[in-house]
Design a protein around this ligand. Sequence first.
Ligand code: G6P
Length: 399
Amino acid sequence: MAVVTRGGYRVMDLDGQEFTPQVHTIAWDPVSAVKGEYKHFMQKEIFDQPRAIIDTLGGRIDFENGTVHLPEMNLTPDLVAQINKLFIVACGTSYYAGLVGKYLIETIARLPVEVEYASEFRYYNPIVDNQTAVLAITQSGETADTLAAAEQARSQGATLWAIVNAIGSQSMRLSDGSIPMHAGPEIGVASTKAFTTSLVDLYLLACALGTLRGTISQRDLRRLTDDVTHLPSLVGRVLERDSEYQTLADQYYKARNFLFLGRGINYPIALEGALKLKEISYIHAEGYPAGEMKHGPIALIDEAMPVLAIVTKDALYDKMVSQVQQAKARGGIVIALATEGDEAIRQEADYVIYVPQTPPLLAPVVNVIPLQLLSYHIAVRRGADVDQPRNLAKSVTVE
Ligand code: G6P
């Protein structure tokens, strides 16, 4: 309760006891909440990503020693030694960030991770105790299902962590440790920069946990921290090719269905690509792990079905090429998202989108950008309300 007068203010609890509130300064620049030269907030937020990632990394990496610092996480060797399982709970785009997070944390820190939709976690009686950590990922920090899942885990003894954009939000206040996204205000309903900055936070968390759990050497850590510093410029290089996505959108904006395929760490990116398209353009889209295509979606493929396949160079490249060949053999139109310099893929696909070579654990951050741009341009071409899609809300504070 606050009493505000001309001369100042006094803050009291509900019993009338005065106290000195804790002050959090939110470094959000009011200019970042206006569209400026952009047509839509979503477009601005997509182009804001190199800057947002720089802010996310800011102060977290000590380049001299090659170490990661997450002061708000309050991680101690004792706490990390106690934890033997991590649940990630989230909704929507944040849930897909969680799926990438599982891959990162299990690979780097070798800690078992389960990712759950917060709305499911609440009701299925998960196995949680004081050796469990529960990480909520939430841009708004106010999503009702995510908060309820975290509160339920707390009552079962879990340690609560949060990756959150809105400073001072309920999710942040509820948690024992948190990592701010530092994405700045995200106004477009469809999440973009909060997704990529969450991925960067998850990468840093994986590095911090890997160090404390002894699963990575000092040398590995230095390589991982070196790699991430190139991310803003790699994302910037994708954005420079924006006009190509406009051309692609002109070609495919009338499609009624889209299939997105990916494997491994890029499977959640296929899911996110499909979600972006359906949210803002109202085209039905499905994301699928490419290896599962033969168990169902292949039946849908014909010349009216664009298939966007993430075929960037990694350990699963050959497997992905073979999925592309199978889609082509069924008459599908294949758009391949490939690594610069991969000329061979041109023989396999109808259209190739190139992204710069990126270390595999960071590839999701780079690979999602073309999918955001494609969805954006398709939605604009269809005359949809990009920033305020029908029936959707930015922050869902009810169950
Ligand atoms: C809504 C928004 C999505 C968002 C989801 C989770 O559905 O439209 O863009 O991903 O909520 O929001 P959160 O704030 O918890 O990340």
